[in-house]
Ligand binder design. Structure first.
Ligand code: C2E
Ligand code: MG
Ligand code: MG
Ligand code: MG
Length: 292
């Protein structure tokens, strides 16, 4: 079929049936050029120590500034990338950019802080990912301990030998592995036993319900207990209020991430946080809790 036929067929859909179909088609097309046109960029969100208020790590989150439609959220375009081979180039761009930026911050005099990147489950299926990671670390002369890969259960459910091999390899060289959105899906404990996981990220839905739902609290308690038994680090995501912070602290959750501290910010804003060694006034927060 010619391109023109395709286009008019789409037009038909767009005007009569499903406008989203057209948007989706355009996003998919435009995404092919997004890297070379420098429309992709990363934002960084701090991970904070629940007791000291210190920034203990950062999560890199991808953004796409579409020339016509403005910012497209990752949940709208990452799935499109994953349907094609594009997720490979985008995924590698993310790791490279995060590492490059970390190096720039270090040159500016910022203390070294570990950074995590989200990795599409499918990326693990493609042989050579582990070497790509290793190459990027070498290129920027970075300690592997400064890099963490956030994966979701979707990667582990596939139960593919490539996945375990890749995880074992990167883990051996010192890269950390975090299980993202924990508690959202099957949350099988077997994964924690079978794969070299270092960190469990408690899904945002628990933060949303933790202050008024005893069951959510009970689940978080058991995740924390299990993590302790497995010798894993834990971080709660999506903390927006002081009451949520207080509840997670009361449950002894060691690390916290969320809008309460900071939304994801640009590389230059993050550089200024790091240079100033920003300390979130957590103790002051908890004293003020009653008045909030
Ligand atoms: P995620 O990895 O679970 O990231 C957390 C999401 O929650 C981010 O949304 C973040 O901006 C948002 N968030 C952080 N704190 C709060 C809070 O206190 N309240 C609320 N309501 N939200 C909060 P974002 O950036 O839109 O990313 C959404 C998802 O897209 C990510 O979920 C991740 O699965 C995926 N993603 C983001 N960047 C990448 C990437 O570079 N590669 C891949 N493969 N996926 C990515
Ligand atoms: Mg994540
Ligand atoms: Mg998450
Ligand atoms: Mg998520």
């Amino acid at each position: 079929r010619s391109r023109r036929e395709n286009h008019s067929a789409l037009h038909h859909y767009a005007s009569n049936l499903d406008i989203d179909y057209y948007r989706r088609y355009r996003l998919e097309q435009d995404l092919h050029y997004a890297i070379e046109r420098e429309e992709l960029f990363l934002e960084y969100q701090p991970k904070v120590d629940s007791w000291t208020g210190k920034i203990i790590g950062l999560e890199a989150l991808i953004r796409w500034q579409h020339p016509e439609w403005g910012r497209i959220p990752p949940n709208d375009f990452i799935p499109l990338a994953e349907e094609s081979a594009l997720h490979v180039a985008i995924g590698d761009w993310v790791v490279d950019t995060a590492c490059k930026t970390m190096k720039q911050w270090a040159r500016a005099g910022a203390p070294a802080i570990p950074i995590s990147v989200n990795v599409s489950p499918k990326r693990f299926l493609i042989p050579g990912f582990e070497h790509q990671i290793e190459q990027i670390l070498t290129k920027y002369n970075l300690s592997p301990h400064l890099l963490e890969l956030e994966i979701t259960e979707a990667a582990l459910i596939m139960d593919d030998p490539n996945i375990s091999r890749t995880l074992e390899y990167v883990s051996q060289i010192g890269v950390r592995i975090a299980l993202d959105d924990f508690g959202k899906g099957y949350s099988s404990m077997v994964y924690l036993q079978r794969y070299p996981i270092n960190v469990v990220k408690i899904d945002r839905q628990f933060a949303t319900h933790i202050t008024d739902d005893a069951k959510a609290q009970a689940i978080v308690k058991s995740i924390l207990y299990m993590a302790m038994e497995f010798n894993l680090s834990v971080i709660a995501e999506g903390i927006e209020t002081l009451r949520q912070l207080e509840t997670f602290r009361a449950l002894n959750c060691p690390n916290i991430q969320g809008y309460l501290f900071s939304k994801p910010v640009s590389a230059s804003v993050m550089e200024s946080y790091l240079l100033r060694e920003v300390l979130y006034p957590i103790e002051a927060c908890s004293l003020a809790e009653d008045s909030v």
